[in-house]
Write a protein that binds this ligand. Structure first.
Ligand code: FES
Length: 674
């Protein structure tokens, strides 16, 4: 019931309410109550972003009898929008629907200015969409001989009057096309405003497409996600091999190349920028989008990749003390990187943490948000280097540990990258010691009926090698089956029991597959895995020492490796400290997700810049305790550290008595998280 004080309006889901004079538009009512209602056209009935649903019925909770009839009749702009773009019968345009009585108005998620995007990862917070780049449609006053003024001056005036955007700076790239845009648009233009303070683009007329790309630049692959900056939706994803591989397989060999060929850093920079630009093209093609609609890009990557993308010489990162040119977040025009996107588009790179711990780790932190949690989280991102983050809202520590490439299948005799044909899952029969396995691209186990992979002429995928997660499972299963001892020795005495254990020089090997191709796990392979996992575990323990905890509440395994690895086997092998297995999970591509969060939410940039400043950097290379931890961590799962939570769910082989005694003697410090 309308009173003299006006009509009562309640907006849901926010619950904000207020009284307004009849004839007030819902957009104005929403704005005055601080309700999140979107608009690009400024209330002209063009963009359709302000759609709302007037509710019908008795709302006792709000004391309102609401009816769609408590709005004025359908207006002509709404009718036009309905015919042109489709407006469902139950909806109105908030900018044109005016009050004539009490109402409950629902603001659907797509009309909310700060809508939320649900993330795929379980238990992840949704991302609030509030991008740095926004579009604003304006009508600009025409020039007048009687009142001379420049086009830019009148554009600024229009932005101030129509959007309350005052004193905006202007990117000089806008000026050469400004006059043409205003005249082509018949004195209406859509302006891109960055960070509420700079005009970075002007397009004639009304234009409603705003896109961004989040990049994760890895030394092996570069991956990009094209996102709609309005909805937050991922429109396309694509990846490519990093073309810098021709200068060196791994990071250090690329830095060595730059050291040996002065000035060649420019070639590496050009190669990676070309790859990023090609991916932008591919993503746009996939989504049927235009490059000039890409207004914003974000980048995460390790320090060397980061430096090369931004044209910074990575030489200093090739050796101690691993000095970064800068660890601050970077904001540069995309055109400075040679990217063919909107002329005024910007690139934002997340901050770096230390010489070995890059913007990719900052992305992981942003995605996993350990700084928001009570529980002590251990997050490991395994690559050639493992980046490790430990902590919670009290403290956050980070380090990198030199795991080497063994987890990626390199330096392993039958190892290969995770690609179709690679063995990824392995089981060893505890009695017969026979292996069963699956390969990427074929989910059948090798011993299932109908499987033909033990013959040469097959149509099912033949294993071509064994990838990182396969090696972890193989070594862990062989340990559980008693083929590999706790010291990591392939037990040659078993050669009498199985033809799978064969002599190889002065040591023994385990034959996974006899022929086509022959795949074996050698003693040296086991050593490589021990070295890699020892480094990872030692890095984790070192951070735990610094934090003052003996156990962690939760372990998250980030990156592609983390997504494929089975947490049980990771723990059986002792890659990570003992933890309740239910709390050891994959974080997916957390670095890439961090780049996407920074793309879609501007507050996330300030957040990660603040958090990174507070991160305590631990340099593993200069810590004497690292070596001590590393030696113990060569044992499987560990020479001395107990794994009681693991032992509760997995039957571990008996430890040699001496080691058990040593474990008992080891003084455990009390966990302290307060
Ligand atoms: S604000 Fe654009 S249509 Fe209503």
């Amino acid at each position: 019931m309308t009173t003299d004080d006006g009509a009562l309006v309640v907006f849901t889901p926010s619950g904000r309410r207020g009284r307004f004079a009849e004839g007030t538009s819902l957009l104005d009512a929403a704005r005055s109550l601080g309700v999140d209602l979107d608009s690009v056209c400024g209330g002209r009935g063009i963009c359709g972003r302000c759609q709302v649903v007037p509710m019908a019925g008795e709302f006792a909770k709000h004391g309102i009898t609401s009816s769609p009839d408590h709005l004025i009749a359908f207006t002509e702009p709404e009718e036009r929008y309905r015919v042109r773009d489709g407006l469902s019968a139950d909806r109105r345009l908030g900018c044109h629907a005016c009050l004539s009585g009490d109402l409950v108005i629902d603001v659907p998620p797509e009309s909310q200015l700060h809508r939320q995007v649900v993330r795929k990862e379980a238990d992840a917070h949704p991302i609030e969409v509030d991008p740095v780049a926004r579009l604003h449609y304006v009508e600009v006053r025409q020039p007048d001989m009687a009142d001379p003024s420049g086009d830019l001056q009148r554009l600024r005036e229009a932005l101030g009057e129509q959007w309350s955007l005052d004193e905006l700076r202007v990117d000089p790239i806008v000026l050469p096309t400004l006059q043409r845009a205003l005249r082509d648009g018949d004195w209406t233009v859509t302006v891109t405003v960055h960070d509420s303070d700079s005009i970075t683009g002007v397009r004639p007329g009304f234009h409603d497409v705003a896109l961004g790309v989040a990049f994760d630049v890895g030394s092996t692959t570069v991956a990009g996600h094209l996102c709609d900056l309005h909805t937050g939706e991922v429109l396309a994803s694509a990846g490519a091999m990093n073309p810098q591989i021709r200068f060196g397989e791994d990071l250090m060999s690329r830095v060595s190349y730059v050291m040996m060929h002065p000035g060649s850093d420019r070639d590496l920079t050009e190669a990676v920028r070309g790859c990023i630009d090609d991916l932008v093209g591919e993503l746009c093609q996939q989504a049927g989008a235009q490059r000039q609609d890409v207004l914003e890009l974000t980048i995460v990557g390790n320090p060397i990749m980061h430096h090369l993308v931004f044209g910074l010489d990575p030489t200093e990162l090739g050796g101690a003390p691993f000095a970064l040119t800068t660890d601050e977040a970077l904001r540069v025009p995309a055109r400075d990187l040679g990217l063919h996107v909107a002329p005024g588009a910007r690139v934002y790179a997340l901050p770096l943490i230390a010489g070995h711990v890059g913007a990719d780790t900052a992305g992981v932190i942003l995605s996993e948000a350990p700084h928001d949690q009570e529980t002590v989280n251990l997050i490991v991102d395994v690559g050639t280097n493992a980046e490790i983050v430990l902590g919670n809202r009290e403290r956050l520590l980070a380090a990198s540990s030199p795991t080497g490439p063994a987890f990626e299948g390199a330096q392993i005799s039958g190892g290969q990258r995770a690609a179709p044909g690679a063995i990824e899952r392995v089981r060893i029969d505890r009695e017969t010691l026979e292996p069963r396995y699956t390969v990427i691209g074929d989910e059948r186990w090798s011993s299932e009926p109908g499987d033909t992979r033990d013959t040469v002429d097959v149509d099912a995928p033949v294993p071509t090698g064994i990838c990182g997660s396969g090696i972890i499972e193989l070594v862990a299963e062989l340990y559980l089956a008693g083929v590999i001892t706790a010291d990591g020795v392939i037990d040659g005495s078993l050669a009498a029991r199985t033809s799978r254990v064969v002599p190889e020089g002065r040591t023994f090997a385990y034959v996974i597959r006899e022929a086509g191709p022959r795949l074996v796990l050698t003693q040296n392979d086991v050593r490589q895995i021990q070295l890699a996992k020892g480094a990872l575990y030692a890095g984790c323990r070192l951070l735990m020492d610094h934090y003052g905890v003996d156990t962690v509440d939760r372990i998250r395994l980030a990156g592609a490796f983390g997504a494929h690895i089975d947490p049980t086997y990771a723990m059986v092998l002792g890659l990570v400290p003992d933890c309740d297995l239910a709390n050891v999970t994959s974080a997916g591509n957390a670095a890439g997700t961090g780049a996407r969060i920074a793309l879609l939410n501007r507050a996330a940039r300030t957040e990660i810049e603040d958090v990174v400043r507070r991160v305590e950097k631990i340099e593993t290379a200069v810590e004497p305790r690292f070596q001590e931890h590393f030696v113990g961590a060569m044992g499987i799962p560990h020479a001395t550290d107990p794994f009681p939570r693991l032992a509760a769910v997995v039957t571990l082989p008996e430890r040699p008595a001496a080691e058990g005694a040593a474990a008992g003697r080891r003084k455990r410090r009390e966990r302290s998280t307060t």
